[in-house]
Design a protein around this ligand. Structure first.
Ligand code: BGC
Length: 752
């Protein structure tokens, strides 16, 4: 029975209204306060709220000390009423430095500004509170995705949120929800991989960890979905290069993570610095307003990326002047602009409003959203650093969480003759550019933007070699080569290899972030391959550990390697996690979140179309199909073995009203306890838009003791089988689908 208002007795109705009343009071009064503020604000004050300035405009670093320039600060905060600041100048600050800085900025705003609207500080804390010295750093998102463990994603984000808020900051420019579908792109490590379902699932868990249920809670921060939309697919693979993505593809492979995160209530969205099909996204009213606001229903804050409004004139050239660029971006739907180093944005926006080119009501809408965010994160209740929040910094359990995350991210790609795990008494030569480096363990955004300055890392952080040495006193080290191509004694490493039982060679990439990470070639640098070739002359088993932000091509040296561990950029506990896996103190369970290419010119993702595999033969004229990556998406070995069996389906046919339930038994058939991820794929056999070979629809991770088995249950609905049709709407077409679980496959039908 459904209750209608007129069927409820009056007394009960009043009682219900009475119960609801207190819940509504704060929200209503916040709304009222926002409207009152907007009513009192001058145009300059409104524009100030829409302006975000980098702290570098007002802060000086001298060695490890920092000093605010009071005059510049007052010019920005009081004269120009700027409402939000961000970032560091060059490097991370201590907790105390953050507190002093934020409190003194806030004091100026609270004491001297006319309306006392607290300042909102924002930071990029993308794998831990990476701009606070002493914070715990987690694997980058690519590694988090490899864990296939939603809880790890949530916890790592929650720890990040706690340490960010403990630093006095309540707004985090994270997570990246771009699907990492171009292996050259230097920000692949910041993504949750190439599959949009995986990106969506991990992204949702991370947002939950950041935002929790209530942003006033000192354990949480506002998140930022970035970089809306299509940033990760530049045609050249270079950062901030043009992308050409038809809308049908944007909606199929790039939009769903944002749609889901908006639905989950995430507070802010950052815009893609690039351009799609010749239109810079910062000037796209279609993407920013029609799709994001009207279609997805996003009502939070839309923030520009770094200097990207101005770049509409200086780089993209769709605007003749900076002022025109301001007009275009605000018209398109930007609420808050990361200017970040001057105040012309504000001057031009004020002029545009006075000239009535931009209506004041348009500005009010942005200011309303920004003030709401400030209310939501509790700045109007307590603008200064919250004492309770500060207690959440550096707790011992964070280290444990980082270790668990790093361990579960480790992806074992090869293990010939069970070379791994290594016995602890073996004579091990540890070599390669990554073996003695903390920066390659952390990658981008680690105490500095590029992550390459080791001075800001904790002094006791174990490198891979130190972590190995702590478990095996017989380990010896010689670097052999560095990441920049210098031979530091390859010959000596090769000579030392002769005395070793086994060689651990640590290869990959040093840290880099964004555009400085552009590369011309996906191959692992030549000198690292030379090192492996020289070591292989010893005929000793070689174990390669790859710490890298993307999948560097290893085809030529792969046959020389007995075992390969893909470690991504695993963070503070990376060294320990790698050593745990090498010696079998932890059984690896990571699964590749991207396709590992075999050639630097073959970039197909796992969910490619049939035509991408078709090979035409001249003689005889026929087709064959071939997809031959080095390792497939979803691949990852374990020290134990698992089997799937007893696959049962509740029905053969899915309808819109009736999903199918699928049961599968997973068994640990080996001798070591371990974790296994079961991935469920679907393959649409025939569709009006060419179907992918397969698409990931569900995954579950489970841990099993030797001999133990568990039954996992999956549900497939009609939406799970949908794709973006010719009319750009999601559709599930009638017909046959294969459901694929490991080596098992079953045909089902969809009927409307
Ligand atoms: C990056 C963003 C980041 C922003 C603010 C930009 O260069 O593209 O991901 O959030 O800087 O620091």
């Amino acid at each position: 029975m459904t209750l209608q208002a007129n069927t409820i007795p009056k007394a009960i109705l009043f009682f219900i209204l009475f119960l609801l009343l207190p819940l509504h009071v704060p929200a209503q009064s916040e709304e009222k306060r926002i409207e009152e503020l907007i009513g009192k604000m001058t145009i300059e004050e409104k524009v100030g709220q829409m302006t975000n300035i980098a702290i570098g405009m007002m802060l000086y670093e001298k060695g490890d000390t920092i000093a605010l320039d009071q005059d510049k600060l007052r010019n920005v905060l009081i004269k120009h009423s700027v409402g939000s600041l961000q970032n560091v100048v060059n490097h991370a600050y201590t907790l105390e430095q953050w507190h002093t800085m934020i409190n003194s900025i806030q004091k100026i705003v609270m004491d001297e500004s006319r309306l006392k609207i607290p300042m909102l500080y924002a930071i990029d804390a993308v794998h831990g509170a990476n701009y606070t010295i002493g914070s715990t750093l987690f694997p980058h998102n690519l590694g988090i995705a490899a864990t296939r463990n939603r809880e790890i994603a949530r916890i790592s984000a929650e720890v990040t949120a706690k340490e960010v808020r403990a630093s006095g900051i309540r707004y985090n420019f994270s997570p990246v929800l771009d699907a990492g579908r171009h292996p050259l792109w230097p920000r692949i490590a910041e993504t949750f991989g190439e599959d949009i379902y995986l990106v969506k699932q991990m992204g949702l868990s991370v947002i939950e960890g950041y935002e929790g249920n209530n942003l006033k809670d000192v354990a949480h921060v506002a998140s930022c979905l970035k970089h809306y939309l299509g940033y990760s697919y530049p045609s050249s693979g270079k950062d901030r290069a043009p992308a050409y993505i038809p809308e049908i593809m944007l909606r199929e492979y790039f939009l769903p993570s944002f749609t889901a995160a908006v639905k989950a209530g995430a507070r802010t969205v950052m815009i893609n610095s690039g351009e799609i099909n010749g239109e810079p996204v910062h000037a796209s009213k279609y993407l920013l307003t029609t799709v994001l606001r009207d279609e997805l229903g996003f009502n939070g804050v839309v923030i520009s990326d770094w200097e990207d409004v101005k770049k509409l004139a200086t780089r993209h050239r769709v605007a003749a002047t900076y002022k025109e660029a301001v007009y275009q971006s605000v018209e398109a739907g930007i609420d808050l602009c990361i200017v970040p180093m001057e105040l012309d944005f504000s001057t031009f926006l004020v002029e545009l409003i006075r000239e009535k080119r931009i209506p004041e009501e348009r500005i009010n809408a942005s200011v309303r959203r920004i003030l709401k965010l400030k209310f939501d994160v509790g700045l109007f209740d307590q603008p200064y650093v919250e004492i309770e929040a500060a207690k959440n910094f550096g707790l011992p359990e964070y280290k444990k969480a980082a270790l668990e995350a790093a361990r579960e991210s480790m992806t074992l790609l090869k293990n010939n003759n069970n070379t791994l795990p290594l016995a602890k008494n073996k004579k091990i030569l540890v070599t390669g550019p990554g073996a003695g480096s903390v920066t390659t363990l952390h990658g981008a955004w680690s105490y500095t933007w590029q992550g390459t300055n080791a001075n800001y890392f904790a002094k006791d952080l174990p490198t891979i070699f130190k972590a190995i040495k702590s478990k095996n006193k017989n380990a010896v080290y010689h670097q052999g080569t560095d990441f920049t191509g210098t031979d530091l004694g390859i010959a000596k490493a090769a000579a030392m290899a002769k005395d070793a039982d086994v060689i651990v060679v640590c290869l990959g990439e040093d840290a880099y972030a964004e555009t400085p990470g552009n590369i011309e070639d996906l191959r692992l640098p030549e000198i690292q391959q030379q090192l492996v070739k020289a070591l292989s002359k010893s005929n000793k088993p070689i174990v390669a550990v790859l710490t890298q932000g993307r999948t560097r091509v290893i085809r030529e040296i792969e046959p020389l390697l007995s075992s390969i561990i893909m470690a991504y950029w695993p963070g503070s506990e990376g060294g320990n996690a790698i050593a745990d896996v090498l010696f079998g103190d932890f059984n690896p369970s990571g699964k590749l979140p991207v396709t590992y290419p075999r050639y630097s010119g073959s970039f197909s993702t796992y969910d490619h179309k049939y035509l991408e595999e078709a090979v035409e033969h001249v003689d005889p004229y026929s087709y064959s199909f071939s997809f031959n990556p080095q390792y497939e998406f979803g691949f990852g070995l374990s020290y134990t073995t698992f089997s799937n069996s007893d696959l049962t389906f509740s029905a053969d046919t899915v309808t819109r009203e009736r999903p199918i339930t699928i049961h599968v038994k997973v068994k640990n058939t080996g001798t070591m306890s371990g974790e296994e991820t079961i991935e469920l794929y679907s393959a649409d056999l025939v569709a009006s838009i060419t179907p992918s070979l397969k698409r990931l629809r569900k995954f579950q991770k489970t841990s099993l003791e030797p001999g133990e088995s568990k039954e996992l249950v999956f549900t497939i609905t009609s939406e799970d089988l949908a794709f973006v049709g010719k009319d750009l709407k999601m559709v599930t077409e009638e017909g046959e689908f294969d459901i694929i679980l490991g080596k098992e496959k079953k045909r089902i039908f969809y009927k409307q």
